[in-house]
Design a binder for this molecule. Sequence first.
Ligand SMILES: Nc1ncnc2c1ncn2[C@@H]1O[C@H](COP(=O)(O)OP(=O)(O)OP(=O)(O)O)[C@@H](O)[C@H]1O
Ligand SMILES: [Mg+2]
Length: 357
Amino acid sequence: MHPIKKLDKLPPKRGKVETLEILRQLSKSSKALGELKGIAKTIPNQAMLINTVVLQEAKDSSEIENIITTQDELYKALATCGKSPTQVKEVINYRKAIFTGYDIIKKQGFLRLKDIETIQKTIIENNAGIRKLPGTVLKNDKTGEIVYTPPQEKDEILALLSNFLDYFNVNQDDLHPLIKLAILHYQFESIHPFYDGNGRTGRILNILYLIINELLDIPILYLSSYINQNKSEYYRLLNSVNKTDKWDEYILYILKAIEITSIRTIDKINHINDLLNETIKIVQEQEPKIYRKELVELLFEQPYSKIDFVVNKLNVERKAGSRYLKKLEKIGILKSQKIGREIVYINTKLIEILKKH
Ligand SMILES: Nc1ncnc2c1ncn2[C@@H]1O[C@H](COP(=O)(O)OP(=O)(O)OP(=O)(O)O)[C@@H](O)[C@H]1O
Ligand SMILES: [Mg+2]
């Protein structure tokens, strides 16, 4: 058995988390994130933007846990009320957990242990809560070798979580919040307070931290896709902080992830916004009688639309809702598809953007 090194409380020694290289990368990361914050503000319908980005994140983040859903399966499940396969359900739970967390911090401006438990419970859909029984270890997926043993005693877990929450909520020093985000993420994963769902819960805490610190106004920056693409590096670096208390490489990784992901998200937002404006123009020109801005925006809130959505959003009769969607199909904006007994209308160009970015 490998020697168990006790997890230290926060904060780490400043010199270990604020090297020259980290400060250089930090300035690039915070510049990109600042741009993302600015661009997000210019999008007229914030709900639309949040919805699409969060949906994508729910899919990417669940994939790290090997819950693979195809984009098509997911959108179909969201548009229809039928029973969805377990994997789809997990993705939908994750999305719900993001919104739950976002609502909590918007309302109260800080995070309590109870809130973390609520988020995890929403993802996992069970009441097991904080670990009570020993035995949880982190293993290498391929070799089965134990790579890290998190704290085992409930009292120790609770003490570390309380220290984590102090660092999360209270600005004790003038360390940059992006460096603190990296530290907090490591610490949360290493406390590993739950039997399962620690990764996904931790990735939601990241976005909440950005919002609490006003680095973003809305929940649109997610590192899951980057982590997915650089996964073995991610595990290796977490591991190396466990073993050697060397933080710099790990912090650089997270800062780099923030920079790259901000740039990619800006690009995605620009594409979506261009498509929205282009769609508005086409409808105005070719079907001026049915044109309403809210109608077009609805097509961007979820890539699949149906009559019910139009009825609810525009407060019109079913017959009118159906006619609008048919007309939009006729001019090539939507494509209908029968799923079970329902007809859904797909914004195919939006799906293309979401798949590519
Ligand atoms: N050596 C390590 N030290 C600290 N944390 C680690 C280490 N290796 C992995 N982790 C964390 O454990 C998480 C996985 O834990 P768990 O299975 O409870 O979460 P999950 O949400 O179900 O899975 P996933 O994160 O894979 O989606 C990883 O995402 C990672 O953040
Ligand atoms: Mg798991």
